[in-house]
Design a protein around this ligand. Structure first.
Ligand SMILES: [Zn+2]
Length: 419
C-alpha cells in the first residue's frame, strides 16, 4: 500500500445523531424516534488512533468481495406468542433457581404511534475489517408499534470489497405495512493494518440498573446505579471502544477474524424494568450498543421488545421457559433436567418471540452438553454462561464466560476488569 491513510485516520467520534430516519408517506416529514437521541452528547473523546504496529493476524486469504443484497430471514418473526403462563421471573442468575423474587411488571413506556419505526444495527455502526479478511454481515433490527418486529423484512444493500482498503457503506432499509420506510447505515472501514485484540475479549454481564434516587428494596450486587453505569459508558466512549457483533465475536473466538483493539460487548440479563427504563436511555445517550437477554415466557415479553425498542439494543434469548428451577446442577435451573430436543424446542420458541437467532444466555449459567448441542441446532451464534472471566480465542462459543459487573465496583475496578 502506498500509505496507511485508511488506517491512520481516526475512527469517527461524532457518530450521527441518529441511526435511523423514518419517512411517513402521508406527511413527508421524518419521524424522529431515533433522531430524538441527544445529539452531541457523546463526549468529545481524545483522539484515538490505531498505530500501524501489528500485522501478525493478517492473512493472505483471497480477497473477498462481499456483495450483499439479501433479505434476512429470521425464523418465526412476525408471529406473536402471548402466553398467560405465570413465570418465575426476577430471580437473578446468581441466586439459586429456587429463590423466586416477585414478578417484574413492565409498564408501557411507549407513546409512539404507527409508522414510528426504530431500526438499529447489530454491532458497531463503524465496522473495521482487515484487508483480506471477511466482512461479516451482522444485520440490523427493526420494530414498529403496529407491525411489531420487522427484522425479517430488512433489506441490506451495498458492497464491501475487503481486497481494497477504503470506506464502504452498507444500507439497511425496512418498510412497514403502511408504507413507512426507515433506513440505517453502517460504515465499513477496510484497513490494511490495525491494532487488534489479542487472545480474548471482555463480554460484560450486567443485570439491573436503578435510578440513584430510587434504589430497590432488595439492593444487591446485581444492581448498578445509573450514575455508576454512566461513568462506565463515558469511559468506553472516551476511549473509543469497539462493539463487535455476534458474527464477529464468534469468528474472533474461533480464531478466524481480527477485532480492533478495545473491543467489548455489553449484555444485560432478564430484561428487568430498571434496565429497560433507566439503562436503555443511557445506552442511547452514549450510543453504545448492547444486548438485552429476555425471558420469553413472560406474557409481555414481545411487548417489552416493542415498547423499549432502541437502535442500540438487540433483544436476544434468555430462553423461553428455562428461567426456573427443576434441575440438579449449578444453580438448579431446569435446563439440566431437559433433553436436547426439549431445549431446542424451547430455544426456537424464544426465537419466535424475539425474531432473532444470534445469542443466548443460559439462565443461572447452568449448562450441559445437551444444552450446547441444542444451541447449535437452534442456530445460535454465541451462548453465554455466568462464569466470570474474559472470553478467549479457542473457547467454546456455545458457553462463553462473561465479566461480571457488580454494582459496588469502582470505576478503577471496572477499568481493571476490561483491560
Ligand atoms: Zn436470568
Amino acid at each position: 500500500m502506498a500509505d496507511h491513510q485508511h488506517f491512520s485516520q481516526q475512527r469517527p467520534h461524532m457518530r450521527k445523531a441518529s441511526r435511523a430516519t423514518a419517512q411517513s408517506p402521508s406527511s413527508g416529514h421524518p419521524q424522529h424516534r431515533a433522531a430524538t437521541q441527544p445529539a452531541g452528547t457523546r463526549p468529545a473523546a481524545a483522539p484515538h488512533t490505531r498505530p500501524a504496529q501489528r500485522t501478525s493476524t493478517r492473512r493472505s486469504a483471497l480477497p473477498i468481495v462481499a456483495s450483499v443484497l439479501i433479505l434476512l430471514v429470521f425464523a418465526g418473526a412476525g408471529f406473536g406468542i402471548y402466553t398467560l403462563v405465570r413465570s418465575i421471573l426476577g430471580s437473578s442468575d446468581d441466586a439459586p433457581a429456587t429463590s423466586q423474587n416477585s414478578n417484574v411488571i413492565i409498564e408501557d413506556a411507549a407513546s409512539a404511534g404507527p409508522g414510528d419505526i426504530v431500526i438499529g444495527l447489530n454491532g458497531d455502526e463503524d465496522t473495521y475489517v482487515l484487508v483480506g479478511e471477511d466482512y461479516l454481515e451482522a444485520g440490523a433490527h427493526a420494530t414498529e408499534p403496529v407491525d411489531g418486529l420487522l427484522n425479517s423484512q430488512i433489506e441490506i444493500s451495498g458492497e464491501v470489497d475487503t481486497s481494497k482498503p477504503g470506506d464502504y457503506t452498507v444500507t439497511y432499509t425496512v418498510d412497514d405495512s403502511q408504507g413507512h420506510t426507515a433506513t440505517a447505515e453502517r460504515r465499513v472501514h477496510v484497513v490494511d493494518e490495525m491494532d487488534t485484540m489479542e487472545g480474548g475479549m471482555p463480554i460484560l454481564m450486567y443485570h439491573y440498573v436503578y435510578a440513584d434516587d430510587a434504589p430497590p428494596e432488595d439492593l444487591n450486587s446485581n444492581y448498578i446505579a445509573a450514575s455508576a453505569f454512566e461513568e462506565q459508558l463515558q469511559y468506553l466512549t472516551e476511549h473509543n471502544f469497539y462493539f463487535p457483533s455476534y458474527p464477529e465475536i464468534k469468528a474472533f473466538i474461533e480464531g478466524t477474524h481480527s477485532l480492533p483493539a478495545n473491543s467489548i460487548a455489553l449484555t444485560f440479563d432478564d430484561g428487568e424494568y430498571g434496565f429497560l427504563s433507566v439503562g436503555i436511555p443511557l445506552l442511547e445517550k452514549y450510543q453504545v450498543p448492547a444486548t438485552s437477554f429476555i425471558i420469553c415466557v413472560n406474557a409481555d415479553a414481545r411487548q417489552q421488545v416493542i415498547d423499549h425498542r432502541s437502535p442500540y439494543v438487540s433483544f436476544q434469548s434468555h430462553g423461553f421457559d428455562l428461567h426456573k428451577p427443576g434441575g440438579s446442577i449449578g444453580h438448579g435451573g431446569v435446563i439440566s433436567a431437559l433433553s436436547k430436543d426439549e431445549i431446542v424446542a424451547d430455544l426456537k420458541q424464544a426465537q419466535e418471540v424475539l425474531g432473532t437467532t444470534e445469542a443466548f444466555a443460559y439462565p443461572f449459567g447452568d449448562v450441559t452438553d445437551d444444552a450446547r448441542e441444542a444451541v447449535d441446532e437452534a442456530g445460535i451464534l454465541c451462548a453465554f454462561t455466568t462464569e466470570n472471566g474474559w472470553a478467549h480465542v479457542g473457547d467454546d462459543t456455545r458457553s462463553l464466560p462473561r465479566v461480571r459487573m457488580n454494582g459496588g465496583t469502582s470505576l478503577e475496578g471496572f477499568i481493571g476488569s476490561i483491560s
